[in-house]
Design a protein around this ligand. Structure first.
Ligand SMILES: CSC[C@@H](O)[C@@H](O)C(=O)COP(=O)(O)O
Length: 384
């Protein structure tokens, strides 16, 4: 299996990895995921033949990251439709798999709407399923295109915010090709800077407790040939204090209408540090991550995860820790843990939000709504 992935990896752009694909097999279509729980030790495929298996993969973070959750949600509905399962039931399961990343609901709803419209248009179930799959594929392609646009806009913005170039960028969690149909969000901007010879260093937060930074971003940075250094999350403060960070680039799981940003836990403390040290704090996300129906950050549901992810090292050795008691204990038996998967950064701490439509800076409710309505005309960014 690892060989199959190595072969398919040889055909992709350097630095990018195929995180998810639809495959027609003699026994029926399947969704093939790169199992992110096993990285970087092993490149192992996870094959989903039905939506409950996909929901398990989403909950256990085999497939993760906001844009990819959207793509997975759409393909999940298509899988149910093509295999003749109950589409409404599948959509409900997907909608409740994880609560914070709005892209999951967005992708799922888009595919479901395509299916229902096709049935209303009196297409048969088989044709409706084909339409649903086409919608999932379109969303997958659009995400790749959005990623390329975000990289362009983000690099232009970095050049404006950090005169002189040679950027030292700090990032948190994982926002690269592993979470996208393209090169990702924040990581795509770092990638563009790297190709332009402008990325002096990528500082990679390890991202406790599940180490998306250490396991996944370092893996992607190494593949891309970037100069990168891994740090523990709580080493960021001294790094800022010694003037080693020019900008913070992060992704987002949901952006409320007021510009509040929910992202991997640890993002908010970085925003506070960045403000104190006068360093730009830039959020890179597709417009599908902006949820205008959520009025403010306080209304965002933050996923709370199991305590054993904190009380046990769950990713050493690779693949261990899916269940309580199977990881390496690092706290006395019976210790309780506070384990929110995300935190919310208020808009006043965000220097700019970069989307495929352009840049909003300063971050205002009106500016964000305008950006969501369509691409900016002209150069777009006006860093505040
Ligand atoms: C482009 S990905 C942006 C976010 O989805 C990412 O930073 C993040 O927080 C992912 O969290 P995860 O819990 O690993 O799914």
């Amino acid at each position: 299996m690892a060989d199959q992935f190595a072969a398919s990896m040889a055909s992709v752009e350097p630095g990018s990895v195929p995180s998810l694909r639809w495959e027609e097999r003699p026994e029926g279509p399947v969704l093939v995921l790169l199992d992110q729980r096993r990285l970087p030790a092993e490149e192992v495929e996870l094959v989903c033949t039905d939506v409950p298996a996909l929901v398990d993969a989403i909950r256990s973070l085999a497939v993760r990251g906001a844009p990819l959750l959207g793509i997975a949600g759409a393909y999940g509905v298509a899988l149910a439709a093509v295999r003749g399962f109950d589409v409404a039931e599948a959509a409900e399961l997907l909608a409740h798999a994880r609560p914070t990343a709005v892209n999951l609901a967005y992708g799922m709803q888009r595919a479901r709407a395509a299916y229902e419209k096709a049935l209303n248009d009196r297409l048969g179930r088989e044709q409706a399923a084909a339409v649903t799959l086409a919608e999932a594929r379109a969303l997958h392609r659009e995400d790749a295109e959005a990623s390329a646009r975000m990289a362009e806009h983000g690099l232009t913005l970095l050049e404006e915010l950090v005169p002189g170039g040679g950027f030292r960028v700090l990032t948190h969690c994982n926002t690269g090709a592993l979470v996208s149909g393209g090169e990702g969000t924040a990581f795509a901007v770092a990638g563009a800077a790297h190709r332009a010879g402008q990325l002096r260093r990528l500082w990679v937060d390890e991202t406790r407790p599940l180490l998306q930074g250490a396991r996944l971003t370092a893996y992607e940075a190494a593949r891309a040939g970037m100069a990168y250094t891994l740090l523990t999350d709580n080493a960021a403060g001294s790094l800022f204090a010694s003037g080693e960070v020019d900008a913070v680039l992060i992704g987002a799981d949901r952006i409320a209408a007021d510009g509040s940003v929910a992202n991997k836990v640890g993002s908010y403390p970085l925003a506070v540090l960045a403000r104190y040290h006068h360093v730009p704090f830039v959020v890179v996300a597709p417009v599908s991550t902006v949820d205008l129906a959520t009025p403010a950050g306080s209304a965002i549901e933050v996923e709370q995860r199991a305590g054993h992810e904190v009380t046990e090292f769950t990713v050493v050795p690779p693949g261990a820790g899916a269940e309580p008691g199977t990881g390496v204990p690092v706290a006395p038996l019976g210790t309780t843990a506070y384990n929110p998967a995300f935190d919310v950064t208020p808009p006043e701490l965000v220097t700019a939000i970069v989307t495929e439509h352009g840049v909003v800076s300063p971050v205002t409710r009106a500016g964000l709504a305008e950006l969501c309505a369509g691409p900016q005309q002209g150069s777009g960014s006006e860093p505040g």
